[in-house]
Write a protein that binds this ligand. Sequence first.
Ligand SMILES: *Cc1c(COP(=O)(O)O)cnc(C)c1O
Length: 391
Amino acid sequence: MKFKYKCTQCKTEYDIAADLMVCPKCTQKQKADEPVRGILEVTLEGTANSDFSVFDLLPVDEEFFPPIPVGNTPLWQPSNIRKQTGFINLFIKDDGVNPTFSFKDRASYLVSAFAKQHGINEIVLASTGNAGSSMAGIGAAAGQDITIFLPETAPEAKIVQSLQYGAQVYKVKGNYDLAYDFSLEYSAIKGGMNRNTAYNPMTIEGKKTVSLEIFQQMPAAPDYVFVSTGDGCIVAGVIKGFKDLMKLGLIKKVPVVYSVQAENSDALYRANQSGSFENIPTSTVADSICVDVPRNGYHALKLLNDFGGKIIKVSDESIIEAQHNLASSCGLFSEPAGATAFAGFMAVKGDLEADANVVVISTGNGLKDVASALKGVTAPGNSIKSVQEIL
Ligand SMILES: *Cc1c(COP(=O)(O)O)cnc(C)c1O
């Protein structure tokens, strides 16, 4: 298999290199407070059969990947939810069981291998919490030094995780967007590899592995895939994976991908309606998708439009309800951003055929943000002093 970079805006091709993150031409037009310009997509050239090894479709040799089991996550057949909704071919891809309990491990794994291949031992990134704890964990397995910039509001569990893995953690006086800018400034001065989502092409490329696995796990190719969306890298990675499968002649078309946003953090949804991105402060219970400026906005929007994808939004209440529904009816406890895709499916299922092959991706584990999960349940009252009290 041969791999190159291709600019998603001006289409210029480049050889893959460790110091090339965005298209040098398009980045000159970059303005502050807008999505990243000149995002480089990895293109592949070659042949593969349906029993390919996922590593063969990645641009870094298997020997460089750290010894930690990322991916190969289970595809659930949730019979209670199937009964509840009438969707007999509904599947849930549970990415909350990755080593650091979120989908982000798919990106960190490839970034770590890419850095190792190029002899780089320092990795720097901004994160709402999961990308940071993910890079910290994968970096620990690889023996790499990880520096993380987080917003002030990052959930405690994600910070503790990162510290346990041995990363250097900084909280910034502000939001994720400020952390993003700080991390770029820091890596420009200090060197090392920047793993900012979208900015580092390997983040999107690593995320495509979920689609490759779905293809190999499903009895038939999916018709619809639901993905929760903040920066728009997961959704782009999901589409990229199916695009590669199509290029290799293994599927006939890319499934309809639903990008699901939170009602008050809906920058991609708004840009799709209005044609431009505005920097409006956002808020949602789903911290992992709370993003003012979606860094992969231009690219994600283009992919969604090119392949018939849809962008929808759901309320925080429906996210909390979806989280509890998933947990209580199938035993799958996902964090609010992880359950957002399921909330999206519940919102639009009336528009879909009940026998369609549907995959909902759950992107993170519920224990990552216990404070939000508590909103969907009633905590036990005062401690009881005898069983008689509750009979
Ligand atoms: C990062 C993340 C998302 C959203 O991914 P983007 O690439 O930012 O759109 C969704 N769910 C979880 C749990 C995440 O950590």
